[in-house]
Design a binder for this molecule. Structure first.
Ligand code: SF4
Length: 259
């Protein structure tokens, strides 16, 4: 356990912590202190638990991947939570670049949740399972209109009530559209988390729980983007480039592709 002395200085400290004479405020009538000289320095002791070995390793991985893939971001294009919801339903077992090509036109035609209840199959014919996906988008949009005022909700439990939305999709929406510290476990995040020894689980929900316990909350979304990019560019499923991988020294499988 690390113990750190901390000095707190504030103009709004409780009066018993302050020295000097306050004056009466002309506007509020309250007693105020005008100068830092009137403040007493209050020594506080705060304790900070040092990171576990796994948490420390995650921080090193984050630093290296941030340098290696500074351009990492969500591959799907969107400008609203509703567009991201639609793009994610379309992206199930489909290429992100194809989804982006289709949504380029789609987002010009459909705007509100009510619009999406009228989605036409022929508008997404290029994407696999287009009949099922049309149905899922229409039903999700209808539920948004009926239950959520036409807006995509920003709570996990609510998102999970939408047709076509599982935990992965819900977390990606929370993290990328609402800025919440959520970890969406897609195929790249799952594979990389296992290869890097960050989890021994195979169930995505349990992998999410393991990662949530070791990835700093403020880096949760960024961590997912970095693993996705590393999984596409370096640590691919079939032929990971171990000899040139910048995570080699931190990886339990640095010789995965050694002859
Ligand atoms: S060393 Fe190999 S297995 Fe480990 S993260 Fe890098 S590419 Fe993947």
């Amino acid at each position: 356990m690390v113990v750190e002395p901390l000095l707190i200085l504030t103009r709004h400290s409780h009066p018993r912590h302050l020295t000097g004479r306050p004056r009466q405020s002309q506007t509020t009538g309250r007693r105020v202190f005008d100068s830092l000289h009137q403040l007493r320095i209050i020594p506080l002791i705060v304790t900070r638990t040092p990171p576990s070995p796994a948490q420390a390793r995650v921080r090193q991985i984050l630093a290296i991947l941030n340098t290696t893939h500074p351009d990492a971001k969500l591959a799907l294009k969107f400008s609203t939570p509703l567009e991201l919801l639609v793009a994610l339903i379309l992206a199930a077992k489909a290429r992100d670049d194809l989804v982006n090509t289709v949504t380029d036109q789609l987002f010009k035609k459909y705007h509100t949740a009510a619009d999406w209840t009228q989605l036409q199959e022929q508008d997404i014919r290029q994407i696999n399972f287009y009949r099922n996906k049309t149905r899922a988008i229409r039903q999700a949009a209808a539920l948004l209109v009926a239950q959520f005022g036409g807006q995509v909700p920003d709570r996990l439990a609510d998102l999970l009530t939408l047709p076509g939305v599982g935990r992965k999709t819900a977390n990606i929406i929370l993290g990328n559209a609402f800025g919440q510290p959520a970890i969406g476990v897609d195929t790249h995040v799952l594979r990389l988390a296992q290869r890097l020894g960050l989890t021994t689980q195979t169930n995505p929900d349990k992998v999410e729980a393991d990662l949530t316990s070791i990835v700093p909350a403020q880096d949760a979304v960024r961590f997912c983007h970095l693993l996705q990019f590393h999984g596409r560019r370096v640590c691919t499923a079939k032929q990971p480039a171990c000899p040139t991988c910048p995570l080699r020294k931190l990886c339990p499988w640095p010789a995965k592709t050694a002859p």
